[in-house]
Design a protein around this ligand. Structure first.
Ligand SMILES: Nc1ncnc2c1ncn2[C@@H]1O[C@H](COP(=O)(O)OP(=O)(O)OP(=O)(O)O)[C@@H](O)[C@H]1O
Ligand SMILES: [Mg+2]
Length: 264
């Protein structure tokens, strides 16, 4: 396990602003799928306002790590806390956690038979008991913010991948999350659509959103991330500021991984 980089609460000015107190804390987290040990003694603290990029080879546990944070996967041992509270197991508390820690997936996961506007409205009304008219206003503001307000009455399949992913981001934002998790949000997109999604994410980072982003987009990491966490074989092998990680990785595993992705 690499040394943590110093992130003194409240004193570090990263690329997008000050970092606050710890918000998401994983402490000695272990997870198996049957005989497969997929998370091995993972320790990770994400501070309020911090943007952490998670990078690493296929199968290293990046998605599983994200999924454990909003309890789409359970863990075998260790603890995860969000805003000082252990993850709830079920019921209303779990629904609240999922609202507090939104997730944006590679495959968008929009409701196919609901309009764009309904996609961004539903969760607010159902989980947060927001009045429909207010939920619509919030949804339209968010759709405006991610640049797809003019698509509000369409079904997801009528939108491009980049537009759908921006709707998915708006939907997560509608729950007024404390943090957002992104699992390879641009890897299913055609190249010309990647930047329109990354630009929205950079905007969120600049606005101080706490974000954990699994991505190999080094441009995003350089523009927006305070820290890169490199995972391999279920372990956090190395963490560093983006520039340091990309130009001077310490571990052989990170060097090897970077040499592979940089030659693409
Ligand atoms: N539901 C599951 N059941 C069994 N094994 C699983 C399950 N989900 C993931 N795994 C295995 O756990 C390991 C970690 O998977 P994970 O999806 O977290 O990796 P990843 O780093 O996100 O990889 P990728 O870059 O390909 O998305 C892999 O070996 C994977 O095959
Ligand atoms: Mg994955």
């Amino acid at each position: 396990m690499a040394d943590s980089i110093t992130t003194e609460p409240g004193t570090v000015d990263g690329p997008t602003g000050a970092i606050g107190e710890p918000l998401i804390v994983l402490d000695h987290v272990d997870k198996h799928f049957g005989a497969l040990h997929v998370l091995k003694d993972v320790n990770l603290t994400v501070h309020r306002g911090e943007v952490v990029v998670v990078i690493g080879p296929s199968g290293s546990g990046k998605s599983t790590l994200c999924r454990t944070i909003n309890r789409l996967e359970t863990i075998d041992s260790g603890t995860i806390t969000v805003d000082g509270r252990p993850l709830p197991a079920e019921g209303r508390e779990l629904a609240r956690l999922r609202a507090d820690v939104g997730m944006v997936f590679q495959s968008f996961n929009l409701f196919a038979h609901k309009t764009v506007l309904e996609n961004v409205t539903l969760g607010q009304v159902k989980a947060k008991k927001v009045r429909p008219a207010e939920a619509r206003d919030t949804a339209m503001e968010l759709l405006e913010r991610v640049g797809v307000a003019n698509q509000a009455s369409k079904l997801p399949a009528q939108l491009s991948g980049g537009q759908q992913q921006r709707v998915a981001i708006a939907r997560a934002l509608a729950m007024k999350p404390k943090a957002l998790l992104f699992d390879e949000p641009t890897s299913a997109l055609d190249p010309e659509m990647i930047n329109e999604v990354l630009d929205v994410m950079v905007g969120l980072a600049r606005d101080g959103m706490t974000m954990v982003v699994v991505t190999h987009e080094m441009g995003f990491a350089r523009r927006a991330a305070h820290r890169v966490v490199f995972m391999d074989a279920g372990q956090v092998v190395e963490e560093a500021e983006p520039e340091t990680f990309f130009t001077a990785p310490r571990s052989d595993r990170a060097k090897d991984f970077l040499s592979k992705i940089l030659t693409h």
